[in-house]
Design a protein around this ligand. Structure first.
Ligand code: HEC
Ligand code: HEC
Ligand code: HEC
Ligand code: HEC
Length: 205
């Protein structure tokens, strides 16, 4: 009886481990083995208490305020030209704020170059003010080029960006394509990009 319970227990924890490894544990965003992370997974990004005021998702990481962005449509700033969730990502990924600048401390460890997008976005997929998604009704020039957002798989969503006139627009943001928790093992993407499925969500090609 005892052996059977033990085996069941092991089976249950093995299942949990498998499920967990398809999520953030062991993913490129699991920094718990890096000394700068305090040995925790969530803490570089979230905190249960004393999160940064005015930011969503119990955010714990210092935000970038870079003002020298180069966008497809000209110069810009991270605060004016990106949706809020993209700004959370860029607080590590534009390389201007240290990875270990969280919980109110100022860190010294910066993102590796392979994941550093920098502030020049002219060689990146348009995001934010560069990537307004068609308002409803669609202007005629969108027809035949882009799919209607109502046809997107539920995991692919547009982000809200407040334009200079204070109007909230739907735009492509980092979280349109990515999930920071490595959802279902798709390498930090929201859906698999096999056969370019993610790209074809929007582009009619
Ligand atoms: C590298 C940064 C990072 C790490 C590490 C991280 N998260 Fe997140 N998390 C984010 C970002 C960015 C968002 C906002 C994404 C969005 O709203 O689309 C988010 C959103 C969330 C949300 C709300 C939306 C959702 O996906 O349910 C929860 C809950 C959450 N995280 C929990 C956790 C937990 C628990 C951990 C640790 C096991 C963790 N996160 C680790 C960056 C991170
Ligand atoms: C706390 C800092 C931090 C935040 C916040 C963060 N990341 Fe990362 N991210 C990293 C680091 C560091 C790496 C590189 C890990 C490595 O090279 O092993 C990485 C890796 C990645 C990768 C994989 C790169 C590769 O080479 O495969 C993607 C994609 C990514 N991040 C997207 C995002 C998105 C999207 C967000 C916001 C939703 C985000 N990250 C928020 C620190 C962060
Ligand atoms: C239109 C979809 C899309 C958007 C928007 C997007 N990404 Fe990606 N990103 C991808 C795809 C697809 C990959 C390749 C992933 C792979 O091959 O595993 C990728 C790769 C990456 C990588 C790995 C390094 C590289 O250049 O290959 C990082 C880091 C990253 N993205 C971060 C971000 C951040 C931060 C944002 C927001 C500023 C963002 N991405 C916006 C689709 C997107
Ligand atoms: C959520 C919708 C969406 C997804 C997913 C998406 N795109 Fe886009 N893409 C856009 C929008 C919006 C623009 C900007 C159109 C404009 O303003 O001219 C754009 C622009 C582009 C451009 C033109 C860039 C330029 O320099 O003008 C290319 C190329 C492109 N996307 C390729 C891709 C690829 C490859 C993928 C998959 C990795 C992808 N897109 C995924 C919406 C999307």
């Amino acid at each position: 009886m005892k052996t059977k319970q033990l085996l069941l227990g092991l089976a249950a924890s093995a299942t949990l481990a498998t499920m967990a490894s398809a999520q953030i544990v062991g993913s490129r965003h699991d920094f718990s083995s890096n000394s700068w992370s305090d040995g925790e997974i969530c803490k570089p990004c979230h905190t249960p208490h004393f999160a940064m005021a005015d930011l969503p998702r119990l955010w714990n990481h210092e935000l970038t305020t870079a003002t020298n962005y180069i966008l497809h449509e000209g110069s810009g700033t991270v605060e004016d030209d990106f949706d809020l969730i993209s700004r959370l990502c860029l607080s590590c990924h534009d390389g201007t704020v240290a990875l270990d600048s969280f919980g109110g401390q100022t860190g010294t460890e910066f993102i590796p170059s392979s994941a550093n997008l920098g502030v020049d976005f002219t060689n990146d997929h348009p995001v934010g003010s560069d990537a307004l998604y068609p308002p409803d009704p669609q202007p005629s020039w969108w027809a035949g080029a882009f799919n209607d957002p109502s046809t997107f798989p539920s995991r692919v969503g547009l982000e809200d960006w407040v334009d200079p006139n204070g109007v909230t627009q739907k735009v492509v943001g980092c979280a349109t394509c990515h999930n920071p928790h490595n959802r279902d093992g798709f390498d930090l993407l929201n859906i698999s990009n096999n056969a370019s499925a993610l790209c074809l969500t929007c582009h009619i090609k």
